[in-house]
Design a protein around this ligand. Sequence first.
Ligand code: NAP
Length: 460
Amino acid sequence: MRIVLIGPRGSGKTTIGALIAENLGCRFFDTDVVVEEMEGISIPAIFAEQGEPAFRDAETAVIRNLPPDGAVVATGGGAVLRSSNVQALRAGSLTVFLDADASILAARTGGSSRPPLTSLSPAEEVAAVRTVRLPLYRGAADLCVDTGLLSPEAVIRRIETFMEERQLPVAGREFVTFLEQTRMERGEWRSVEERICGREGMPLHGLYAVIGNPCLHSRSPELFTALFATCGVDGVYTRIEWADLNTIMTAVRTAGLKALSVTIPFKSDIMQYCDEITTDAQAIGAVNTVVRCGDRFVGTNTDWMGVRQPLAGTAPGNAVVFGAGGAARAAVYALQDLGMDVMVLNRTSKRAQRIACDFGCESGTPDAYDPEGTDVIVNATPVGMEGRGGSMLVADDLRAQQTVFDLVYTPPETELLRQARAAGCRCIRGTEMFVYQAQEQMRLFTGIGVDAAQIREILE
Ligand code: NAP
């Protein structure tokens, strides 16, 4: 196996990496040093003479050529910015994210000859760069260690303990015993049990699950299992359908799950279990993604990206959102991020007013819809779902210049989309929301980016 250390400059990767390699009696590679040897000049000189992209290309070439086994690797702080680097580094490796408080990092790197990446002061740059890279470090890491107040020896002990515990089947057994009590399909449970409690023990890159009630219908286990296989992630993604969130979270903590997809009815209740919640998720008031880093649960919302990405490039204009539930809140946030003026129309006007108040947009009931003044329509109600049918609009309500995004995804082609297609509108199916929110989840879960087309292909 290989041990890969990632994290910001000043987190102790080189010192700790060299010591681990010495303890294990294996080779140590500092990718920055290898880049300098390969190029024959210093990193500041590469930045000055050829620019950052040339350095990143050299770094990628070095990462590709690292021995796949029996080595300890310390990477440059920005290595995680390229998904292909993360994929190559993680293959067959235990990846450890070393971090420290921004003030400690700034103090440790003071006087460094490395070129600045921004025009900010050194302390501000450390904080800004760390913030941007943090989700990637957390996603790519199998273990997170704060080196701020620990000696290198103590950090190494923590890494060794983690590796020893991975060999013990106890946590895995407890987890599959819990899963057996849930309403999981027997065949699916057996394959999880075999994988976790089998000879190989816990997967190198950890356990993941979608949690909800219900979530037996969720396609996330099928999707992430396929994506993990394609990207060389040795992880097990399962499902937990259970009524009590507290019981779920106790099992999640005990078994040390790496990350969760969160679905109804837990998207707001899960927030109380998170140690940190991103600004987006706070504004929307819902968390659908949880990533564990050390003992901390970090809550994020990727639903709004599922609405934003398919609409990216749409000229800013007037948007109407039908509905005032969780999906509507994510939609309003996404539309405003795209520079749209939003009006929320809901049969219960009080709920629409609440969103209007939270997001500073307009509200009303569906009869306030004005086709002439609407460029983008998002349906965030269940109207049009399989078994219910129907549409929030009639054919005359639609104009060819409009974009219509129906968040309902079963069936993929709803009555509203049929009407919109007949009227010549640009149509976006609800499945696209699932595709793009899952794409962002994959990045947060693993640090690896995948194409939307890859996700569509698996879901077809
Ligand atoms: P929710 O919190 O239950 O909110 C549903 C909203 O729809 C409420 O505002 C409700 O109005 C309104 N509504 C329900 N039935 C209606 C009807 N017959 N006529 C008019 N309005 C009606 O649900 P949600 O979580 O926001 O999800 C809404 C829909 O989005 C779901 O049904 C699902 O199809 C879709 N969705 C898709 C994805 C995806 O990945 N594509 C993800 C999430 C959700 P009241 O306030 O008056 O009750």
